[in-house]
Design a binder for this molecule. Sequence first.
Ligand SMILES: Nc1ncnc2c1ncn2[C@@H]1O[C@H](COP(=O)(O)OP(=O)(O)O)[C@@H](O)[C@H]1O
Ligand SMILES: [Mg+2]
Length: 276
Amino acid sequence: MERIKLAIERARQQAGAQAQPSSLAAAGDDPLRARGHPATSAADLGAPVDLLPLDPAHLERHRIVTLEQANPLRRAFDLLRTQVLQKMEENGWRTIAVTSPSMQSGKSVVAINLALSIAHHPSRTALLVDFDLRRPQVASYLGLPHGVSLNEVLAGEADLHSAIVHAGLPRFLVLPTQRKVAGAAEMLASDRVGRILATLRGEYAERIIVIDLPPVAAVDDAIAVLPRVDCVLLVVGSGTSTKREIEEAQRHLSRFNLLGVVVNKASADRVAQGYY
Ligand SMILES: Nc1ncnc2c1ncn2[C@@H]1O[C@H](COP(=O)(O)OP(=O)(O)O)[C@@H](O)[C@H]1O
Ligand SMILES: [Mg+2]
């Protein structure tokens, strides 16, 4: 796949690019900003918190392999984590979006595994946000129970921090989306989403925010969020995207900090091996 190679080359070149500072100022009097919320701060500080247990069998069915130490596939994601964190640290980046050329590339699987792997890191907290508002999958892949989620926050019915769930690991936080959102592109381009991202980003220096985005080529959703994140990871599902879709994704991502390309589904035991 010549185009994937080109995307990788581009990622290499761009990983050294300067961070694009977020165009959004943190709003001091923002009701979303509830600094020091006990549950969130405890996790971010590595303190014991009430953890929602995750079911290992459910996770395995959904290819989430990074919760358990013993899973042999975890190593690939830990390698990905190490390389991602290195690049992010070099550039002072704290938010990473995960997107793909088309649906069913394994984007959500990679985003969840990457975030869990980051949460294993002793000095990092991972916050996984499901901004794929058309096809939210994070909650169901993790087996989270229904509860307050990003849906209520976006509707102005709930405080941001009441929707954040601690699950599986002490330093793993999830902001799930339980139901698809009408007008997803407009919502993702809205000031409300901008404020949510600025608030989450501004709270704790050790927090890495992993954002599951929609595919980049299909609709405008991803493009609306990308200017608000520090860098982006492209997941290409081997045999899932056409050459044209991969080219289009490359074109869309060329003005952002493309951190790398994950060639997923290469074979069952080589997940994430295509990462550079
Ligand atoms: N490496 C892989 N090998 C085989 N199947 C995979 C792999 N990664 C993901 N899948 C499966 O492909 C489907 C799409 O994955 P998903 O993460 O939901 O994609 P996306 O979020 O890009 O739409 C899911 O059924 C998932 O279990
Ligand atoms: Mg998905």
